[in-house]
Design a protein around this ligand. Structure first.
Ligand SMILES: Nc1nc2c(ncn2[C@@H]2O[C@H](COP(=O)(O)OP(=O)(O)O)[C@@H](O)[C@H]2O)c(=O)[nH]1
Ligand SMILES: [Mg+2]
Length: 444
């Protein structure tokens, strides 16, 4: 498709589309003008389109490499829009290597990460947001992430953006008509209509921008930093929450020196729990660095989990992190009962040792994660790129509303339309292609 970025699609690419290592089946896929020739050469002729057939695969010397299911997807109605094929091989490394070698001998080359989907986009098979959705679907670790990615593959964001672009195009037509009629000195309210339309459209876009970043958070995961004095039981708590000894627990203060992170699935939201070095006036240099890292992680965190132990008075360093947004726990209630409040907040009484209160803490963490990532209600913006494009469109709409001259309003509306077009990849796409397809895996 013209204007979608120069790229050499004349060559034929192949890649392992299933996971590496040993498995029952390994799927090699290829795409490009020579895909049919290469498949025919390997499989002794082209099979019927889109029908699985069992073939012996041979290299150029006639040696049988494997017995495989082969599928032929002639373009343009394939994933990439090009002639494509899939080989379902026996999933051993030697089989895959032999068939990949035969494909390379036939002139195909290994694909770059995301190159299949990139071609699908370049050939107009999907818009940019759907392509991003494919990458997110492959990377999804939790149900809520999977649902969000599927929504995007299904075009939820592209459909909304397309509808906005349609309205904007009509506003632009009104505005241009207003300019025409003004030249004819005819009274008209077309300019006012365009202005009112811009106001309404901007309000809708702003409503989506005011989603608290839930979509991005769900995509990337919610970061929870565990903070507290040395020996408060932070590492014990992390281990109790994940059900394994991820962090070292010791009666010696200052044992945890770097940030230890584990991934949890809480109500469908991926949560990264970060255990940190205890906050105190540090002794040696390594511990000081650990404490610096603890503060940095806490500043980046979406949620701070402040841990206090019942057998010590609340320490000033940790109290400084207690806000209404923080989760406060009083640990070691097996030793002593929890105080009524810590820093003005009612703590959750827990014991990392006995397990008391951990269910309530897990529930509180889940609720916070769902609130932060909007796992229940759908946020449509899942990447900073989306937010940037809509913020820009909204700013241009504001400019159009404020424009003193109809010609300026018209220019601003056009710029807003371009910003929307960038979101779905209709305009100005060259600069962002590499960014979008960088985080794909090979074979997608
Ligand atoms: N009695 C009791 N001891 C605990 C509890 N949680 C942790 N500890 C002990 O407190 C000490 C410090 O624990 P650790 O998890 O390393 O604390 P951290 O320095 O905050 O990471 C260890 O000896 C733990 O066994 C608890 O709930 N009850
Ligand atoms: Mg520790």
């Amino acid at each position: 498709m013209a204007g979608r970025g120069a790229m050499n699609t004349a060559d034929t690419i192949f890649a392992l589309a299933s996971g590496g290592g040993r498995g029952a089946i390994a799927v090699l896929r290829m795409s490009g003008p020579a895909a049919g020739m290469a498949l025919a050469a390997l499989a002794g002729g082209l099979p019927k389109s889109r029908m699985a057939s069992l073939r012996r695969l041979r290299d150029e010397a006639g040696e049988v490499l494997d017995q495989a299911l082969v599928l032929w997807f002639p373009g343009p109605h394939s994933y990439t829009g090009e002639d494509s094929a899939e080989l379902h091989l026996h999933g051993g490394p030697a089989v895959v290597a032999a068939v990949a070698g035969a494909l390379a001998a036939l002139g195909a080359r290994p694909a770059e990460p995301g190159e299949f989907t990139r071609r699908a986009f370049l050939n107009g098979r999907m818009d940019l947001t759907a392509a991003e959705g494919v990458a997110d679907l492959v990377a999804a670790e939790t149900d809520a992430q999977r649902r969000q990615a599927l929504r995007q593959v299904d075009g939820a964001l592209a459909t909304l953006t397309g509808a906005w672009a349609g309205r904007l195009t009509r506003l632009l037509a009104h505005q241009e008509a207003a300019i025409e009629f003004a030249e004819d000195d005819l009274p008209t309210d077309l300019g006012d209509q365009a202005r009112a339309g811009a106001v309404a459209l901007r309000a809708e876009i702003e409503q989506h921008l005011a989603d608290g970043g839930r979509g991005e958070r769900l995509r990337e995961g919610v970061l929870v930093a565990i903070l507290g004095a040395p020996n408060a039981g932070k590492s014990s708590l992390l281990n109790a929450l994940v059900g394994r000894e991820a962090a070292i627990v010791s009666a010696r203060a200052g044992t945890t020196r770097d940030v230890v992170e584990v991934r949890l699935d809480l109500a469908g939201v991926p949560v990264t729990l970060a255990d940190t070095a205890g906050l105190r006036e540090a002794g040696d240099e390594i511990e000081q660095e650990g404490i610096r890292r603890a503060h940095r992680r806490a500043e980046e965190a979406d949620l701070v989990l402040a841990v206090f132990a019942t057998d010590a008075p609340p320490d000033a360093e940790t109290l400084a992190w207690v806000t209404p947004a923080a989760l406060v726990v009083a640990n070691k209630v097996d030793l002593r009962s929890a105080p009524a409040t810590i820093g003005g907040v009612v703590p959750l009484a827990i014991s990392a040792r006995s397990g008391e209160g951990l269910d309530a803490l897990r529930a509180a963490l889940s609720a916070a994660a769902v609130r932060l990532a909007g796992a229940g209600d759908a946020a449509l913006l899942t990447r900073p790129r989306h937010r940037a494009a809509l913020t820009e469109a909204s700013a241009w709409l504001a400019e159009a509303e404020a424009a003193a001259l109809p010609e300026l309003g018209s220019e601003a509306l056009r710029a807003a339309l371009r910003a929307l077009g960038r979101l779905t990849g209709q305009v100005g796409v060259e600069a962002i292609l590499d960014v979008v397809f960088r985080d794909f895996c090979i074979g997608k």
